[in-house]
Design a protein around this ligand. Sequence first.
Ligand code: NDP
Length: 340
Amino acid sequence: MSAKIYYDSDANLDVLGGKTIVFLGFGNQGAAQAQNLRDSGIPNDKIIVANRPDSYAEDAKSKGFNVEHNFANAAKQADVVFLLIPDQVQPRVFNTEIAPNLKDDAAIVVASGYNVFFKLLNFKPSQDVVMVAPRMIGSSVRSLFVKGKGFPCFVSTEQDGTGKALEIALALSRVIGATKAGAIASSAREETAMDLFAEQALWPNIIMLFREAFSVLKEAGCSDEALCYEMWMSKEPAEIFERAAEDGFIQQLKHHSTVSQYGQLNGALALDGTAAREHFKNILYNQVLNGKFQKEFSKIEDDLEKEGDENPLNILYKKSEASELGQAEKRVRARLAGLL
Ligand code: NDP
């Protein structure tokens, strides 16, 4: 399956003419996207940053943006609203303060599929809902734009209330700088599935593999210092992934020694992936796509703001750091403090 890729030439900016564009949030993505959009020629008096009165609002003001602290007032003026506040607070803020005040034909833009895929936001059928989801942190969205370069991005229409949702999505993608390198046609489902799968299946396995490998090598007599450096502190894994992005997932192996290439290719082919595949499918279908994780997560969301052991994330950190790997790293870092 190959996806359609949209470039600058696919986007018609006329569709944004005269529209008032509201950025809800001026954090990682909000600050970057609002500045890119303005530098692409959208007049400053057509841009409103909606933010509570604090340092984010001050930052927006210092960059010359019109800031509105009252979200209802901002929503009333919006023809387009970018939801660029953290995903976990979007349903409450959007459904109570933004949605009741939005125009019937407004376009709502999300940068992540989660709340749309799990139907946590209340839209009117007459409104447009689009996803413009950069695959980069905000500072890179901005710095690549300033250098005249594009950045990878997913784009989709999730609800086409006006019949112009795709046109609007592409025009917005272009003014934030996303169609320069090509924006990939995607969907909230695809983005959410891949994101949550990586977080709940792929990376937990990678963490587990490092944890177990550490213990096996330690038992075989390797020192904590040598292991920490060998496995990650030398930044070799980071370099491997950098090369994978540049040269190819498999082709990057050619930068390694012949012994290493042989060992890695032969070892990976010899491993039977059946059990891993079943495990991955189970997570994807029975935890991610069926909404089980989303329901469980929404029950603990409020606890994630708490302090100490009342916060489930703190408990997970404590347990993870109790592993042999976690304890050893703490000792090594304390010993090498100042040298790292
Ligand atoms: P941030 O954590 O940087 O958002 C901070 C902004 O949200 C600030 O303006 C903050 O203002 C506001 N905010 C936080 N809590 C609240 C609240 N309770 N009520 C109102 N405003 C609030 O968000 P990101 O930029 O990281 O994420 C925004 C969206 O972009 C998300 O959908 C995310 O998934 C997506 N995304 C993020 C990427 C990233 O690099 N981080 C990459 C790609 C997509 P204040 O606290 O002052 O009210």
